[in-house]
Design a protein around this ligand. Structure first.
Ligand code: PEP
Ligand code: MG
Length: 600
């Protein structure tokens, strides 16, 4: 009988979102932990068992680390290093030994007490990312536990043989990044994807699944009860659904969808090296949005014409001490070098609203005394350029780091959330000041680094004639432009239905910005989510847009679409859409254009 379970689907843009295979249940994390008192004469023996188990897991992780292929995603090595660090932390390896001695308990019991203690500390952390790291601690302890109870490391997992041509879907309570890696690399297994009961969208397991292109579903509670060993299962990571023993008809549909996805992904990859041009030969720039320096690999992989948005705030978040100038320089220079002369647009710090710095970091800026702990309207509060102008040293440090990176690549500076001309002028004055400081220090930078502004507040879009006199380029942040035009908090799910990118007011602001920028010969890009939506590509092209920046996973699909349309047809579509009063008419016009690509 068919069953359906729901979780968090993890899909990478370069791989299909569907996986079909035979379930293999992994029970490694569900160890039956024995707890008993020991006699004092047995203390040394229990301590030796602990030491031995930690050594075996160290060797196991080192061995896996040594096998990480040179071209493997950078996260792979980083996660293994993190788990190795956790393993060496004295709270985990020393404290259980003391517990054995003091409480006269067996090794497993001591380790489980300490695990709960460490996890309790993690789980009380406010920051979501750090809180989720308790999961990493549990995964590391699971490995040690496994050795303690069975004498064998986790990597010795025995997986059943499946019929010729069949693939495996692993179903586990939890899978550590090291397990995913190990199981994916085993020559005797063909792992198509995995399902876990634990894990959220920001867990390391999710990040790794995405970068390895393994469709997966995490957080499926009760998965190991609902699925039996050897069941035929289908992962539909796009909808986050796990289909257990699907009916023949449904299975045939999934196989058909999988074939179509494999075919379209491989067609898309062929576009990677092609010039980005419309059907009528107009040159386009299709660029990537990145959040951390390591993401540049995805940008290159997608054949991006540059990095159109580097959201630098992610370098500053989830840590107590802010990155200093050298650390920032290394991060920006890494991206600039990797892009080998292609443009890299580095956005200055956009913290505030839903992207907050840790309390300790804010304290370090001297904020604690004056700032309210809970802002009543954070999206309208001290955010982005407002934040930077309020903390001049923070801003100058970042500007110097970005300017220094301009000596090793093609760098542009992008300032977020501008609304006033005086903010533009102050931001430019800060850039000039940072240049002077570098000159005094005799440090290299490109004196002509262009400075541009994000257009993401309606006031900025309406002030464009004044802005174009002062700035060298613009990038429309549609995510915020929609939020601020429609007065919809983009993080508030209760009003999410009103967050409509096709609202005529939003479309007119976008069109106007592109038109005025183009007339003034000032380049305009779109870097909000709208740039990555295939259905909107023709409309934006028709409004005159030539630079699109989006998540790397969307780039080739947008490219495919744009290469099929001409600017003339697109212009007609834009004119029709801009005459519409209602988003429903806009949607109708877009659906028609999607159904007949290239039709006039
Ligand atoms: C935007 O607002 O569209 C944008 C690209 O910036 P962010 O999503 O980082 O606010
Ligand atoms: Mg924004």
């Amino acid at each position: 009988m068919t069953r359906e379970l729901i979780g968090i689907g993890i899909v990478s843009g370069s791989a299909p979102g569907i996986a079909i295979g035979r379930a293999h249940l992994l029970g490694a994390s569900e160890l039956d932990i024995q707890q008993y008192q020991i006699e004092r004469k047995d203390v040394l023996h229990e301590v030796a068992r602990l030491n031995n188990a930690f050594s075996i897991v160290r060797a196991e992780l080192d061995e896996l680390r040594g096998h990480v292929a040179l071209d493997a995603p950078s996260e792979v090595g980083a996660f293994l290093d993190l788990h190795r660090m956790i393993l060496d932390d004295s709270h985990l390896c020393d404290e259980p030994r003391d517990l054995v001695r003091q409480k006269l308990i067996n090794a497993e019991w001591a380790l489980s007490i300490q695990l709960e203690e460490v996890c309790r500390q993690f789980e009380s952390i406010e920051d979501e990312y750090l809180r989720e790291r308790s999961q990493d601690v549990r995964q590391v302890v699971d490995r040690v536990m496994k050795v303690l109870t069975s004498g064998k490391p986790l990597t010795a997992v025995v997986v059943p043989k499946v019929a010729e041509g069949e693939r495996l879907i692993l179903v586990a309570r939890d899978l550590a990044p090291a397990d995913v890696l190990h199981l994916k690399d085993r020559a005797d297994l063909d792992v198509a994807g995995f399902v876990t009961e634990l894990g959220g969208p920001t867990s390391h397991t999710a990040i790794l699944a995405r970068s390895l292109g393994l469709p997966s579903i995490l957080g499926v509670s009760g998965a190991r009860e609902a699925v039996k060993e050897g069941d035929l299962v289908v992962i539909d990571a796009e909808s986050g659904r796990l289909h257990v023993v699907p009916e023949a008809g449904a299975l045939a549909d999934f196989r058909q969808r999988l074939r179509a996805q494999v075919e379209s992904r491989s067609q898309l990859r062929k576009l990677k090296g092609k010039l980005s041009r419309t059907k009528d030969g107009i040159a386009l720039e299709l660029m990537a949005n990145i959040e951390m320096p390591g993401d540049v690999r995805d940008a290159l992989e997608a054949g991006a014409d540059g990095v159109g948005l580097f959201r630098t705030e992610f370098l500053f978040m989830n840590r107590d001490e802010l990155p200093d100038e050298d650390e920032q320089f290394e991060a920006y220079a890494k991206v600039a070098r990797a892009m080998k002369g292609k443009p890299v647009v580095i956005r200055t710090l956009d913290v505030g609203a839903d992207k907050v710095l840790n309390a300790a970091a804010r304290l370090g800026l001297g904020m604690a005394l004056s700032a309210p702990t809970v802002e009543s309207n954070p999206a309208l509060g001290l955010r982005a350029i407002r934040y930077c102008l309020a903390y001049p040293e923070l801003f100058l440090t970042q500007l110097r780091a970005i300017l220094r990176a301009s000596a090793v690549g093609t760098v542009r500076i992008l300032v977020p959330m501008l609304a006033h001309v005086h903010e533009v002028e102050q931001a430019l004055a800060f850039v000039a000041r940072a240049k002077e400081q570098l000159k005094e220090r005799k440090q290299k930078f490109d004196g002509r680094v262009p400075v541009g502004g994000m257009i993401e507040v309606p006031a900025a879009a309406l002030s464009l004639p004044a802005f174009v006199k002062r700035m060298k380029f613009f990038s429309i942040g549609t995510n915020d432009l929609i939020q601020y035009t429609l007065a919809i908090d983009r993080a508030d799910s209760s009003v999410a239905h009103l967050y409509d990118h096709l609202h005529p007011a939003v479309l007119h602001l976008i069109s106007r910005t592109i038109r005025i920028g183009t007339r003034a010969r000032t380049p305009v890009a779109v870097c909000g989510e709208m740039a990555g939506e295939v259905e909107l590509a023709e409309l934006l092209l028709g409004m005159g847009l030539r630079q699109f920046s989006m998540h790397p996973s969307q780039l080739l699909s947008v490219k495919e679409r744009l290469m099929k349309v001409s600017t003339k047809t697109a212009g007609k579509l834009a004119a029709r859409v801009l005459r519409a009063d209602d988003p429903i008419d806009v949607r109708r016009a877009l659906d028609r254009s999607m159904a007949q690509p290239g039709a006039d």
